[in-house]
Write a protein that binds this ligand. Structure first.
Ligand code: FMN
Length: 191
């Protein structure tokens, strides 16, 4: 069984450390996970006025999220919380009322920071948002990554055995979590 996982990177930076981390995670993921990126950089700022005629970028976001079997969100922490572009994407994906694209999507959130707490506060800010959006979350293991440039190659190669082992374990647990959630979902495998 192969699962299509939508990758959302919470940083718009062209030299994002979180994008580097996401490449490592994809490289170390079990073979049954296939990844595609769900871009958030072209979304307009959320505005109720735009809901009457959803912008094309919003329609694309919602269709991409809905087509995914699960979501992997790799994001920085901004000012001890969720980066604006990522929160904007979550808000758009949740709308219009009754058409929340995130509902029942198994989701893993982790992130890298240059600081010692490794996006822990961003991740705890994400938990109530994803809970409200009815997205089941991988709660263990947690991935609080303090980024060391020498460890993460541009191509996703991880130059530290312990880090590679930890990230492989995270992705194996994420794959098992997606499998578990989908096995119990109406209309999915196990029905
Ligand atoms: C607006 C802003 C706020 C930030 N706030 C935090 C923070 O609360 N905690 C933290 O660990 N790092 C913080 N940082 C530093 C980020 O960890 C660092 O810029 C990191 O490279 C961002 O991830 P990215 O490279 O994937 O964009 C902040 C950076 C910016 C630009």
């Amino acid at each position: 069984m192969t699962y299509r996982i939508g990758l959302i990177v919470g940083s718009l930076s062209s030299h994002s450390i979180n994008r580097r981390l996401s490449k490592a995670l994809i490289k170390l993921a079990p073979a049954e996970l296939e990844f595609f990126e769900i871009g958030i950089g072209d979304l307009p700022l959320y505005n109720t006025d735009l809901e009457a005629d959803l912008p094309a970028a919003v329609v694309a976001l919602k269709e991409a999220v809905e087509s995914a079997d699960g979501l992997l969100i790799v994001s920085p922490e901004y000012n001890r919380s969720i980066p604006g572009p990522l929160k904007n994407a979550l808000d758009w994906g949740s709308r219009p009322w009754g058409k929340n694209s995130f509902a029942r999507k198994p989701t893993g959130v982790l992130g890298a920071s240059i600081g010692a707490i490794g996006t822990a506060v961003m991740q705890s800010s994400m938990r109530p948002v994803l809970a409200f959006l009815d997205a089941p979350q991988l709660t263990a293991p947690e991935g609080y990554i303090t980024f060391s440039p020498e460890v993460y190659g541009e191509d996703g190669t991880v130059h530290n055995d312990a880090t590679a082992e930890f990230l492989s374990h995270y992705m194996a647990e994420f794959a098992a979590f997606v499998t578990r959630v989908l096995a119990n979902a109406p209309g999915h495998i196990g029905e």
